[in-house]
Design a protein around this ligand. Structure first.
Ligand code: PLP
Length: 389
């Protein structure tokens, strides 16, 4: 059965064009880009082209693009670079709704001598900006705020925050893993100092990431060794994946329009129809400032895991609002930070679409979801005869 894949914030299909661009670098073109001979040098030239392609997507200069192994490495590199370049500063600001790549690092640093401020969000998932600004101090080494939330799709005003943070001479980093490729980004016109992205969220393979570092930003490498990446990240380059990343960046520029019109319309249809057909359901997060591909819907009084299992029988792939990937059935820290009641957080499903989704798939899901929810509610102690018990 071909999956109906609506879990693109978890990972995406590698675009066929990306696979095609990468294949020669697994077979005939295996040279080391750092070699002196032409065989390796030709691969080096392709890496240079890929760097330019990524820079074009970000509105950046090619030498501001650093290739890493994933979004997590980019986030860690950025935060460590800032704290190691400013050893006298012992304070970090981030938010309560970051991906674990930032959240868990923040919690680790908090246990290891740093003061870490986690900015709260309101019921709609919007950041308390006053709280953030009030906490900026001369001791702050870095502010890290995600561009868009992976669970709800909520977009944060990172440009506005970066401008305020820059006035204080503090480094600003954004985890833009979910934003890049879905919404326009132009670093030439921005006060953001560092930005993370991840290949597998935009139809490149898993295991390739990028850290944008604005020229002039103080930086200390995380991986030390050879001279690769201008001495900013040692280790022989993942050549095939970097070339795939470049091609994916090019494709993302071409598909951005489709993402913001057709994909948005599909998402809106799915959301509107499910809310209409399923009682006691609601959207989590800011419905206005939101990624075009994401909707997180709470189906109250049932368990997300049960919903996913029944969806899986039809080949429908999505994610739940609990952190089951970490082996716990606790509702996600994002929904908890927003104050979503437990009975709603537990039954939250995130649908995240891509340019590969079709209207037929949306119609299929709209058709299958209401009986799934009804079946589970019949077993729920909170639900009796079509309403809350
Ligand atoms: N940041 C965000 C917002 C994400 O959604 C993810 C992945 O889900 C990451 C970071 C981590 O990226 P990677 O899987 O490439 O390490």
């Amino acid at each position: 059965m071909k999956p109906i894949y609506m879990d693109n914030n978890a990972t995406t299909r590698v675009a066929p064009e990306v696979v095609e661009a990468m294949l020669p670098y697994f077979s005939d073109l295996y040279g080391n880009p750092s070699s002196m001979h032409a065989f390796g040098g030709n691969v080096g030239a392709k890496l240079k082209a890929a760097r330019q392609q990524v820079a074009a997507l970000l509105g950046a200069q090619p030498d501001e693009v650093l290739f890493t192994s994933c979004g997590t490495e980019s986030d860690s590199t950025a935060i460590h670079a800032a704290i190691r370049s400013h050893p006298e500063k012992r304070h970090i600001i981030t938010t309560r709704v970051e991906h674990p790549a930032v959240k868990n690092l923040g919690e680790h640093l908090a246990k290891n001598g740093y003061r870490v401020t986690f900015v709260p969000v309101d019921r709609q998932g919007r950041l308390d900006l006053d709280y953030l600004y009030k906490n900026l101090s001369d001791d702050t080494a870095i502010v890290s705020v995600m561009w868009a939330n992976n669970e709800t799709g909520t977009i944060f005003p990172v440009e506005e925050i970066a401008a305020k943070v820059r006035e204080r001479g503090i480094v600003f980093h954004t985890d833009a893993v979910q934003a890049v490729g879905k919404i326009p980004i132009n670093m030439a016109d921005s006060a953001i100092d560092m930005l993370s992205l991840s290949g597998h969220k935009l139809h490149a393979p898993k295991g390739i990431g990028v850290l944008y570092i604005r020229k002039g930003t103080k930086f200390a490498p995380f991986l030390m060794g050879g001279h690769q990446e201008g001495g900013r990240r040692a280790g022989t380059e993942n050549t095939a994946s970097i070339i795939g990343m470049g091609r994916a960046a090019q494709l993302a520029m071409d598909s951005m329009q489709d993402e913001n019109t057709r994909v948005r319309a599909l998402r809106d249809k799915l959301e509107t129809e499910l809310l209409k057909r399923v009682p006691a359901s609601m959207v989590n997060g800011d419905p206005e400032n939101r990624l075009p591909n994401t909707t997180s819907i709470a189906f109250e009084f049932i368990e997300g895991e049960g919903i996913l299992l029944l969806m899986d029988q039809y080949g429908i792939c999505a994610s739940s609002g609990s952190a089951c990937t970490s082996g716990s059935l606790e509702p996600s820290h994002v929904l908890r930070a927003m104050g979503v009641p437990f009975t709603a957080a537990h039954g939250s499903i995130r649908y995240s679409l891509s340019i590969y989704n079709t209207e037929e798939e949306i119609d299929f899901v709209i058709d299958k979801m209401p009986p799934i929810i009804e079946r589970l509610r019949r077993m729920s102690p909170f639900w009796k005869e079509g309403r809350i018990a």
